[in-house]
Design a protein around this ligand. Structure first.
Ligand code: GAL
Length: 351
């Protein structure tokens, strides 16, 4: 009996060590398991997005502070950390990521700044603008009780920054919380954001330089409280993944399809398959990453640990396609096409 439990313990330890080592340097992704960068530090890039540029993937995300606290005087589950700015990691195989630093730093000097550490900086997304040659970052900017509900924009000449914060505004005067940016093949880019107190998702066309929204926007899923938008295009159709609105707690995802980035979108239901599919595998959507030159699309989810946000994990899973319908089955480990294709040249820029 004792012998058995010692053997079990030893085996468990061995599996944990193997998983850990594989998570350090490998050609595979282990959804939900602590992910270390090439310096063996846990990756700190939450609510993130990935931009592919000149053969390199750049992963931008929320650089969470070490301590999680609840905003004083706020009734709901308002767990947060100091806003640490936006981090960037680079990779060519999507498995091994090198820390490029905090590319948008919080403003620690001006207590009234929209990016002061006491503020909220969430869900950063970066796109490259061919007309200006600049990298443009959009992010959700908020205050201690999420009442500011604005979109922030920053710009840089290089993918690894430093980014210069321009301003935080409400797009067309409308509330903005969870957001993403989608850049289409024709160079037009769109801001997707939860608006009208999260009840309705707005999609606004960005100006040609991507630094502001135009007046052209659509209202989607009116009254349905969808957030955490993530968009991709396949075979001429636009797919939009969203979560429900339950704060840091997981809920059921939805996948919708449209013929145009601004909609109208038709729901196809929950794309997740397998155990805990009704809770999105205890994750929440943040981005869909198209693997360059392949037909692989990677769903990036955050598995939030609301009481210790910095230890929130990443769940990256590739879509399967049933005909044209994207499905998201759970996988404990998988290998991205970019890792398999390391020796062959990467395909066209799909961002
Ligand atoms: C979620 C949102 C997260 C974060 C959190 C704060 O609904 O998706 O990005 O803002 O609320 O409670």
């Amino acid at each position: 009996m004792r012998q058995t439990s010692i053997t079990t313990l030893a085996l468990t330890f061995l599996v944990l060590v193997i998983c850990h080592v594989q998570a350090v340097a490998s050609g595979a992704i282990f959804p939900g398991i602590e992910w270390l960068d090439t310096q063996s530090h846990p990756i700190n890039a939450h609510g993130g997005g990935v931009m592919y540029h000149d053969g390199v993937y750049y992963w931008y995300g929320e650089y969470k502070g070490e301590f999680t606290y609840r905003s004083p005087g706020v009734g709901w589950d308002c767990y947060r950390t100091e806003a640490g700015g936006v981090s960037c990691y680079s990779s060519t195989d999507l498995c091994n990521w090198t820390f490029e630093g905090v590319v948008l730093e919080p403003d620690t000097t001006d207590t009234h700044s929209d990016i002061h550490p006491t503020m909220v900086i969430e869900r950063p997304k970066v796109v490259y603008n061919e007309l200006t040659g600049q990298f443009v970052m959009w992010m959700h900017i908020d205050n201690y009780n999420y009442g500011k509900a604005s979109a922030g924009v920053a710009v840089s000449d290089s993918p690894t920054g430093k980014f210069r914060f321009i301003e935080a505004t409400r797009p067309n005067g409308q509330i903005c919380r969870d957001l993403t940016v989608y850049k289409d093949d024709d160079g037009q880019a769109y801001l997707f954001y939860s608006s009208e107190d999260n009840s309705t998702l707005h999609i606004a066309l960005l100006s040609p330089d991507y630094l502001s929204v135009t007046r052209q926007y659509t209202r989607n899923f009116a009254g349905q409280f969808r957030e955490a938008p993530a968009v991709f295009k396949r075979h001429g159709k636009y797919y939009l993944v969203t979560s429900g609105c339950t704060g840091w707690d997981p809920n059921e995802a939805d996948l919708a399809v449209a013929d145009h980035p601004m909609g109208p979108y038709t729901s196809l239901g929950n794309p997740c398959r397998g155990q805990d599919a009704d809770k999105t595998f205890y994750g929440q959507s943040t981005f869909v990453l198209p693997v360059a030159g392949t037909d692989q699309y990677v769903m990036m989810l955050d598995r939030w640990n609301k009481r210790d946000l910095i230890t929130s994990r990443y769940i990256w899973l590739p879509f399967d396609f049933d005909g044209n319908e994207p499905l998201l089955p759970w996988r404990g480990v998988w290998s991205p096409a970019a890792a398999n294709a390391q020796s062959s040249p990467l395909g066209a820029d799909k961002q």
